[in-house]
Every structure is written in C-alpha cells, then in structure tokens.
Design a protein around this ligand. Structure first.
Ligand SMILES: NC(=O)c1ccc[n+]([C@@H]2O[C@H](COP(=O)([O-])OP(=O)(O)OC[C@H]3O[C@@H](n4cnc5c(N)ncnc54)[C@H](O)[C@@H]3O)[C@@H](O)[C@H]2O)c1
Length: 444
C-alpha cells in the first residue's frame, strides 16, 4: 500500500465518528500521490501524519442566560490546524449541526486554501452548536460574550485570528470584538470581518462572492466562454450567494435562482438583488418572501430541487454536501458546463466525480472561495499598518489574488499531468507551500 493510502486508512480508523472530516481528507490525499513520488523525503518526516492531525483542539462550554431567564449551555470549539505559514486563520460557525468533525473538515480545508491565497496565514476553524436563528439581539450578544470569555485566552493577532462563517456576520463579530477588547484591554486586529468604524476592511463583505466570480471568469474564459448572457443558478442567499450574484450580474449573467435552508426561488426574468438584500440583510427573513413580492417568481419547498433548473453555470454557495451525485447528473443532463464551489465542500465526492467524468469545468471551494480569507488577510495588513485602503484598492488586490490562485492551480495541473483537474491542481498547489515550510521548521 502506498504511503498516502496508508495514512488515509489511519485517518478513517481514528476518526470513525467524523464523516465530513474523513470526506475532506479522502478528497485531498489521493490527489497528492504524485507529489510524494517526487518527494520521498516527506514520508520519512511523517509529513502527512502531521498534516492530518490538528496542532491543537480547544473545546469548552458556553453558558448563557436567555431572555426568559433560563440558563442555556452550548459547546464551543476552536481547531488550530496548522501554523506552518502563519497564524491560524479561519471562521467561526454558529449552527446547530456544528460538531468536531465538521470543524476539523473546515480547518483542514482552510490550511490549503490559505496557502493558495499567497498571504502568510495558517489554517484554523471554530464555532458552536448555538443556533442564532430566532434568537433576539440580546441573546446573540450574551452568547457571543460567553463564547469569547473562554476563546480570548487561545487567540491573538499573531497567534490565531478568527472571522465569520455561517451564522456569524457583522453583528456577531461586533459582539465578539467588544468582549475581547474588554477582557484583554487591547485594541488589535483580533478578528476579521469587523465593522468599518472599528478596523474592518472595505470589500470584505463582498470578497468571497466577488472572488468566486473572478476565479470562475478565468476558468471559463480559458475555454472561450463568458458570463455575458450565461444562465446561472446559485444556492444559498447568505453572504457568499448574495455577492456572487451581484458580481455575476455585473458581468452580464442572468442569475435565475437562490435558496435558503427551507427552499428555493426561481425567477426566469433574473433575480432582483435589492429585494433579496432587503429580505436577508435587513429583515433577516426567509427567501420565500421574494416570491410573495416579485410577480412571475416561484417558490419551491426543499433545497435540492434548485439543481433541476436548467443553467450554464452552477454555483453552490450554501453548505456542505448540498449537491449530490443525483443532482450532479441532472445538471449535466441539462447542459451545465461549469460548476464553482462558493461554499466549503458543497459537492459530494460522487457528485464531483460526475462533473469531472462529464467534462464539466469544476472549481473546488478551496480555490474558488478563497477570496474571503484572502481579504481577511488584507484586513490584517491594514490593521497592522493602521491605515485603511479604499474599496478599489482592496477589490483590485482581491481580483489579482484570484487570478494568481487560478494560475497556481493551472501550473500545478501542468506540472503533475492533470490538466483541467482543478481539484488536484488546488490541492497540490496549496500543499506544496505548507509542506516546504513544515520541512524547514523541523519535527514540531
Ligand atoms: N463568508 C465567507 O467569507 C465564506 C468564505 C469561504 C467559504 N464560505 C462558505 O460558504 C458557505 C456559505 O457561507 P455564508 O458566509 O454565505 O453563510 P450565511 O450564513 O451568510 O449563509 C448561508 C446560507 O445558506 C443557506 N442554507 C443553509 N443550509 C442550506 C441548505 N441545505 N440548502 C440551501 N441553503 C442553505 C442559509 O439559509 C443561508 O442563506 C459556507 O459553506 C461557508 O463555510 C464562506
């Protein structure tokens, strides 16, 4: 059995209760085989065994009092995955589904993604099984304060810099930042995704969605295609989905569908984004309300039906494993030619296989959605400089970073003989930098 296969078996054996983590590692490791053939010294240094094991996992209770005076207890965690190329960096997720396996999968992915950005940041991820849905502002604040009252001792601007993810937007980052400052008496760039008044970066909110479109533009234009007049389906209606829609529309695409965890909307005339922003960003409502407002738009219960809509480009931007083999086959049958992952691991391994064997251009999340964390790194730079950059400056840097990520993936594909396989290209390009740094730093 090869070294890579052996380590993969160990991972499966040791982490049996963590299917998402096993899935993420199973997607990455086999694509790295050719790198290990070229670098036999990595095996002697147990590089892979070290890479799959987080440097540190912190798990803690989060007790808080709800509006009725009842004590609630959630589980909080932070996985500090790999600091070979910089301080741990990655979001915090607040969702009832959060468990250690999910946070480990996200942290593992983050290591490669952050490496691809070309900025000096390591990988980490955290979160809690707290559900912000239906909670009052005061309850969210009390939860965030309780969460930070433990997390603060494990993070720092040169140690670990968390950010947002599902369920963590500007409101939550504000409460977390306030508590960190109170506890430590330090005003520093401890979180990214901050408000503009207190150290945030312009274009951070837009970055993941815009970055996805910048990346996909490179992918499709290399094959003579364009966003102009393309029909696009985007799942989700959160931060990533909204700004992917905005940039795709700016490039002349017609985005015809969006979704949330209850169902999806289809608007054959093209989504009116100002209405979606009002529902989601202002009123925190359900996507269903769009169909109540816009004539000709339809609402359908259930999430996976969105993939039955005929489109040229599909961008899953909601959550993990939302696009399976069956949905992938329907998309292919309906003529999709490109799929870009705005979310983290939204396509199952079998779904990815369908796209790749059908010649669909498939861009994995760790490359395609890296714009968010890249701009977080730009926010860290601005915090250290104590100088804010303009929207245009940040957006231009983001655009260039996404082009560079595309070029790195393309180059790795060429070097290792897997042309157009962006899954392998992204894994290899992300891995090689981290691997060299780990080798240089000895057995730690
Ligand atoms: N925000 C970022 O900067 C960023 C960066 C990189 C990757 N991501 C990833 O992108 C994805 C979305 O993150 P976000 O920041 O937009 O979160 P968000 O909380 O703003 O939005 C998530 C959206 O997905 C919807 N949703 C949840 N489960 C769903 C399902 N099963 N089917 C359809 N819709 C569903 C929610 O209703 C919501 O509209 C996540 O996988 C996240 O890890 C986010």
């Amino acid at each position: 059995m090869s070294y890579v296969k052996n380590v993969l078996e160990q991972v499966k054996e040791k982490n049996q209760s963590q299917p998402e983590f096993i899935q993420a590692v199973s997607e990455v490791l086999p694509t790295l085989e050719p790198v290990f053939t070229k670098h036999p010294e990595y095996e002697k240094a147990a590089l892979l065994e070290r890479l799959v094991e987080p440097e540190r996992v912190v798990m803690f209770r989060v007790p808080w009092v709800d509006d009725k005076g009842n004590v609630q207890v959630n589980r909080g965690m932070r996985v500090q995955y790999n600091s070979a190329i910089g301080p741990y960096k990655g979001g915090l997720r607040l969702h009832p589904s959060v468990n250690l396996g999910i946070i480990k999968f996200l942290g593992f992915e983050q290591v490669f993604k952050n490496s691809l950005t070309g900025t000096p940041i390591g990988g980490g991820k955290g979160g809690s099984d707290f559900d912000p849905k239906g909670k009052s502002d005061n309850e969210v604040m009390r939860f965030c304060q309780a969460f930070m009252s433990e997390l603060y001792r494990h993070i720092g601007p040169d140690t670990d810099v968390p950010a947002g993810d599902i369920g963590v937007g500007a409101r939550e980052i504000g409460y977390l930042f306030g508590m960190y400052k109170k506890l430590t008496n330090q005003y520093c760039g401890i979180l990214t995704g901050k408000g503009l008044e207190y150290g945030g970066s312009l274009a951070r909110k837009e970055a993941t969605g815009y970055g996805l479109i910048y990346f996909m533009k490179e992918v499709i234009e290399a094959k003579g295609k364009s966003f102009k007049d393309a029909t696009v389906v985007i799942s989700g209606s959160g931060n990533v989905a909204i700004y992917a829609t905005e940039k795709a529309q700016e490039y002349g695409a017609k985005v015809v569908a969006l979704s949330d965890s209850n169902g999806y909307i289809y608007d054959p005339d093209g989504i009116k984004l100002d209405i979606v922003k009002d529902i989601k960003e202002v009123r925190r409502g359900r996507i269903k309300e769009y169909a109540d407002t816009v004539k000709g738009a339809e609402y359908h219960e259930g999430c996976s039906g969105i993939w039955t809509i005929k489109c040229d480009i599909a961008l899953p931007c909601a959550t993990q494993n939302e696009l399976n083999e069956e949905s992938a086959k329907v998309l292919v049958k309906n003529g999709v030619y490109a799929v870009g992952e705005g979310a983290n691991m939204p396509t199952t391994i079998e779904g990815t296989g369908v796209f790749q064997s059908s010649g669909v251009l498939f861009a994995p999340g760790k490359a395609a959605n890296a714009g968010g964390v890249a701009t977080s790194a730009l926010e860290m730079s601005q915090n250290s400089l104590r100088l804010p950059w303009t929207f245009e400056e940040v957006d231009q840097k983001l655009h260039q970073i996404m082009i560079n990520i595309y070029k790195q993936c393309e180059q790795a594909c060429k070097e290792y003989g897997c042309e157009d396989n962006f899954v392998a290209g992204a894994n290899i390009a992300g891995f090689t930098k981290v691997a060299s740094a780990m080798m240089a730093q000895g057995i730690v």
